[in-house]
Write a protein that binds this ligand. Structure first.
Ligand SMILES: C=C(O[C@@H]1C=C(C(=O)O)C=C[C@H]1O)C(=O)O
Length: 363
């Protein structure tokens, strides 16, 4: 005699039935996506199947329609994977990221493109740019700013020498853990490896818990995780992906000093992305070196009520004491307001380059 209450049997039958329905609907959706691809190909043999603006709209619509019990972001993540799988039916998207495997940048790439994307680790930020420029991959993912540690200068500098476009952004909550391998005892950690940015994000925690451990900077958290597999008395600071990839034990969880620690990554490509309805634009501007230059640059944004979301100054390579400004603002370059501001800025600047207009990060 079964001791399963009858109501449980009924609920399970209902779930089986619903799963059958979901399966049928996902398959139907996948054939629709296949047909879209055929239509695109019929019009243009070099058609790009992936449409960042359309994907952003699909996810935003799902989030708006959702009424629970799953929360909107969770639901969007499920749809993210469905879209990723549908797209891969035609042509899996190839994405280069700042490696090695297990970095937060890989996590950001998979968050943005879904698990069906093929992600390829690169050794340096410039290599990600080069792979995209050469057309060896469809897109690249590079970190650009962290809420605790600020901007990733190297990424901004690389834009100055490149014609690459920004096609999207993705923000990732960054949780760091202290990890050891079987070669090290918990109470015997005398050396800690990590990326300099991660040391910066966990500084107070380290000062309080491991004031005497040597801090050794390496090229990535994943590299730190890999290193300690074979070293004694050593720990690494890295995230979940690296911990799982290298089979490490977490001896302290979420050790970042700020609970809202997050990093913004850029999706780079060779494509101009049409409007999605909620977009951002990134520009780089060089100003003549004269008093009031920054004011002159920002004034048109203020007058046209355009919301600046970030401004960074970097030394220009053209001479001592010349600066370039990296500016992000809300809106798409095809919107009349934005186009008007860009025209005005162009007149005042010695150089203006639009790096891209792209959908604001959804997930
Ligand atoms: C199906 C399309 O192509 C791709 C797949 C999408 C999807 O599965 O919803 C959305 C945008 C594109 O990346 C489309 O453009 O509508």
């Amino acid at each position: 005699m079964s001791d399963t209450p009858i109501v449980l049997d009924e609920l399970r039958q209902r779930i089986d039935q619903l799963d059958g329905d979901i399966l049928r609907l996902i398959s139907e959706r996948a054939s629709c996506a296949q047909q879209v691809a055929q239509v695109k190909l019929a019009h243009d043999k070099d058609a790009v199947f992936y449409r960042p603006e359309r994907e952003a709209q699909v996810l935003r619509r799902i989030m708006a329609l959702n009424s629970g019990p799953l929360d909107a972001e969770e639901m969007a993540r499920l749809f993210r994977e469905i879209m990723s799988a549908c797209l891969a039916l035609e042509q899996p998207i190839k994405v280069a990221y700042l490696g090695p495997e297990g970095t937060f940048t890989q996590q950001a790439a998979l968050k943005h493109f879904g698990e069906s994307a093929i992600s390829l680790p690169m050794a340096a930020i410039d290599e990600v740019f080069r792979e995209v420029e050469a057309g060896a991959v469809n897109y690249g993912v590079v970190p650009v700013e962290n809420s605790t540690e600020g901007v990733v200068n190297h990424t901004l500098d690389t834009f100055m020498d490149s014609s690459i476009k920004i096609c999207g952004e993705v923000v990732l909550r960054i949780h760091h853990h202290l990890l050891i391998s079987e070669t090290t005892r918990k109470d015997k950690v005398s050396r800690i490896y990590s990326h300099p940015q991660s040391f910066g994000q966990c500084r107070k925690w380290l000062d309080a818990h491991y004031p005497h451990a040597e801090r050794v900077p390496v090229s990535s958290n994943a590299e730190a995780a890999k290193l300690i597999k074979t070293e004694w008395h050593s720990a690494a600071i890295a995230g979940d992906m690296a911990a799982k990839l290298y089979g490490l034990e977490r001896i302290a969880d979420k050790i970042e000093d700020r609970p809202d620690n997050s990093t913004r990554f850029l999706i780079i490509g060779n494509q101009d992305v049409p409007m999605s309805g909620e977009d951002k634009t990134s520009i780089v501007v060089a100003m003549r070196n004269q008093p009031g230059a920054l004011h002159d640059l920002l004034e048109p944004f203020h007058r046209h009520k355009i919301d600046l979301t970030r401004i960074e100054t970097r030394p220009s390579r053209t001479g001592a004491w010349n600066y370039v400004f990296f500016i992000d603002f809300k809106g798409h370059r095809d919107e009349p307001q934005v186009a008007a501001v860009l025209e005005e800025v162009k007149l005042r600047a010695s150089e203006l380059r639009v790096l891209g207009s792209y959908p604001q990060g959804v997930l």
